[in-house]
Design a binder for this molecule. Sequence first.
Ligand code: NAG
Ligand code: NAG
Ligand code: NAG
Ligand code: NAG
Length: 376
Amino acid sequence: MKLSTVGFLAGLASLSLARHCQNLTVPVTISSQNNVYNLKAPKTNIDVTNFILNLVQPGKNYGQSIQNGTKTVSGTYHIAATLCSPDWGHSDTVQFLTHGIGFDRSYWDNSFNNHNYSYTQVANDKYGYSTFSWDRLGIGASQHGEPVNEIQAMLEVEAIHALTVLLRQGKISGCEKAFKKVVHIGHSFGSVQSYALTVKYPTDSDGLGLTGFSQNATYIPYFGLGGNFVQANLNPALKGYVDGYLAAGDASAVQTNFFAPDQFDPKFLAYATKTGQPVTIGELLTIGIVSQPINKFAGPVLIITGERDIPFCGGNCAIPVPPYPNVVAAAQKTLPNAKNFKAVLVPKAGHGLNYDYSHPYTYQSINGYFAKYVPA
Ligand SMILES: *[C@@H]1O[C@H](CO)[C@@H](O)[C@H](O)[C@H]1NC(C)=O
Ligand SMILES: *[C@@H]1O[C@H](CO)[C@@H](O)[C@H](O)[C@H]1NC(C)=O
Ligand SMILES: *[C@@H]1O[C@H](CO)[C@@H](O)[C@H](O)[C@H]1NC(C)=O
Ligand SMILES: *[C@@H]1O[C@H](CO)[C@@H](O)[C@H](O)[C@H]1NC(C)=O
């Protein structure tokens, strides 16, 4: 074989791993029934801490105590998203990826260490799935909004619903593919929203992958306190956000909430701190509301959470919750119709699964599960 032919074949071999990604701006026209809270957006960091202290008080329901009815919020919102597909084109099934608090959609395809921790690269190139990741409504490059009574979980769930419908119809401008199946995969608050989507629209989804999740709310206050939340716009990188958007106060806060001892590259902590994104007051007040109802969803459900997850397990997910083997598996009782329900603990990992050394195990567990039940 001539050297030039070898070079040509080698070129083909590397091309076979060349997935295609495109950034999209998608307008969605949505409306939701939001809660109205008698609360002004905090002005100072003292106001922010006061809010968190009110939010985490056991034996009280702060949200309920400041609620004054509901109102319909509606509008057309611009959503920033990234669609990636294997080099041979779009798959029939798309994974719809929703990030959690503290991140934007780069959580699924972060550039750290030459994209070595990229979830989407594994899903696209190794498992042949198309992936659609979006910045939560109100966050990152998606349209921002009023942080108390507008950007709440209920409105964000409507955005997921609208985007899901567009993906199935092939009506996303820049992507004419009508996907046959949509699997919703979330991280943390993104899992809560994916769960809530299938409570309200059970036929929207062909499968649920809830990462960094459980149905145990006991330890959510750890996350509120551990996050050392401050007004986001005091950080120059986040100065575009209005008062009422909160961000982690320092690297130690990010470490406490997302990283488990000895399971991460310290440089990644610096990266995660630098690229962190905020959460709104309205989101923090409504997380518990959308995740509560029993979910009649009748498709496959995988829950995968770090053994040392702070917000959803208090740092130890392995504690048995009879008759369930652990805190994560106990979520099965809120998903009575789930098919092939599976709960996985990632040994030693923290809440930010994609940023831990164990990410290859996590990515393989998620994609291996869906390859079996909702193939690409
Ligand atoms: C999409 O946007 C992100 C963030 O602005 C950027 O880093 C990335 O290179 C863009 N990707 C493509 C395929 O244009
Ligand atoms: C509650 O809302 C109503 C109408 O929107 C308003 O008239 C009333 O003053 C509010 N109550 C409080 C306690 O703010
Ligand atoms: C990616 O991570 C693997 C395993 O941790 C390591 O062997 C490899 O060198 C890394 N690649 C890059 C580009 O950093
Ligand atoms: C939450 O987890 C703890 C163990 O950390 C357990 O004792 C408790 O029963 C769980 N609560 C629910 C509602 O499952």
